[in-house]
Design a protein around this ligand. Sequence first.
Ligand code: FES
Length: 84
Amino acid sequence: MTINIIIDDKSYTAEAGENLAAFMLRHELTPFREHPVDQTKRAPHCMMGICFECLVEVDGVPSVQACLTSLKEGMSIKRNLSND
Ligand code: FES
């Protein structure tokens, strides 16, 4: 089933249940976040819930592991990036 999601205020269509991190990588939406100490750019590494490099905001909830998240209708995702 096709669903609509929003990533960084842009609309996308996806398949329900698709993995969020895989979707973002396929659409070249990297990096996912910046490290809070040195602002280095981060993106998924393990894709199995170990490294925490894939953290994004999902429906207002911060620090959600994208690699463990399935897409649902209307989901709103934001990357944690400064505007430099
Ligand atoms: S990619 Fe490693 S925890 Fe998500």
